[in-house]
Design a protein. Structure first.
Length: 148
């Protein structure tokens, strides 16, 4: 909502509210994360893809950010990347939660590109469906995981 009111003027408050959401997701997924088990090749590939995607996005964004936004955006990218990687490390029985986190990450990446790199027409028709799909997949997947 803050981004739709004033994307430039309220970007930092919006970033903080989304960051809080990612921190809550990280805390929710953390008990299910196991660092001691060996990862499947698929999990390794997914984690590598998430890290490469985040690094690529950071490389695109960094030159476009005002200096006061570099650290907050880096913290935010670290949080959403961690949240997404935790869904893979948790090794849930279905891919719903990981797919939801990836959809959420893609939506947020589009917001960043649209805000700092190049606005693109019709962005809301991609960003918001991906955002809500991500939230829905995470919620349904987590409920199915914990109550089945």
């Amino acid at each position: 909502m803050l981004l739709d009111i004033d994307r430039a003027g309220l970007f930092l408050p919006a970033l903080v509210t989304f960051l809080c959401g990612h921190i809550f997701y990280i805390l929710t997924f953390k008990p299910d994360v196991s660092f001691s088990r060996s990862l499947s090749n698929t999990s390794k590939l997914l984690i590598g893809a998430i890290l490469l995607f985040a690094a690529g996005l950071g490389t695109i964004l960094l030159p476009k950010l005002e200096s006061h936004l570099v650290v907050p955006v880096f913290i935010y990218m670290t949080a959403i990347g961690t949240m997404t990687i935790f869904t893979v490390l948790a090794n849930y029985r279905t891919a719903w939660i990981s797919l939801g986190a990836m959809s959420y990450m893609l939506s947020d990446s589009m917001i960043a590109i649209n805000t700092f790199v190049q606005p693109f027409s019709g962005s809301a028709f991609l960003i918001w469906p991906l955002y809500y799909l991500g939230q829905l997949l995470i919620a349904i997947g987590f409920l199915r995981e914990k109550h089945s």
